[in-house]
Design a protein around this ligand. Structure first.
Ligand code: FMN
Length: 193
């Protein structure tokens, strides 16, 4: 394995670990996209799944959210991963595919625990005005986890956001010299860090 292949492998492993463990260093992504006015926006999302071929990352979100509305107009997005305890920064840039129905979406909803489904039961869209912050949820769900049946109220708001990766930009920090690698498909190119 060349040095470039080894760095790419380390990046994929960190991403795969991020999707499989809550305590993993790359469990949280910062996802950048444009809002419906074209302005740049970033936010934190839990990394749900990683596939190498085709190269894809999966996130879950509310179809009423600003990010969803913005990505419907401009599907370009970039996810950035870094943790202070890790010498790697990985940026995955590509196109977002938004799923609100179909087999992949249904399987993702089935696998979403009721406590996570609760977010999708809120009375208003994320970011919409609220007089009292304690009144985001329907009264009966204000202080408890919904039953499986109750959680189905969130089904229509549940969205799967798949980032189809076009470019991986991997920065490896090292006291003897930083290294930066660009991966586009199977092509690997070192660049100045
Ligand atoms: C630790 C953490 C994890 C989060 N995970 C998610 C997530 O998986 N999906 C999601 O839609 N929002 C998640 N959020 C909330 C988002 O960062 C964001 O506030 C929300 O999705 C609204 O973003 P938007 O207005 O850009 O659409 C998370 C926030 C934090 C702090």
């Amino acid at each position: 394995m060349t040095d470039a292949e080894a760095l790419l492998e380390a990046a994929w492993q960190a991403l795969e670990d991020g999707a499989s463990r809550r305590k993993a260093l790359f469990h949280l992504a910062t996802l950048a996209s444009r809002d419906s006015e074209g302005a740049p926006r970033v936010r934190t999302l839990v990394l749900r799944r990683v596939e190498r071929r085709p190269a894809r990352l999966r996130f879950h979100t509310d179809t009423r959210s600003a990010k969803w509305q913005g990505l419907e107009l401009d599907d370009r997005a970039e996810a950035c991963f870094h943790h202070p305890d890790h010498p790697l920064q990985v940026r995955a840039a590509g196109r977002a595919v938004l799923l609100s129905q179909g087999e992949v979406w249904a399987e993702a909803w089935q696998g979403t625990p009721t406590m996570s489904r609760r977010c999708y039961c809120s009375l208003g869209a994320p970011g919409s005005p609220l007089d009292d912050p304690a009144r985001s949820m329907p009264e009966e769900l204000r202080d408890r986890r919904p039953t499986l049946e109750e959680s189905e109220a969130g089904r229509d708001r549940f969205g799967v956001l798949i980032l189809e990766i076009e470019t991986l930009d991997i920065l490896s920090l090292d006291s003897t010299g930083h290294r930066r690698l660009i991966a586009v498909g199977d092509a690997l190119q070192w660049v100045h860090p």
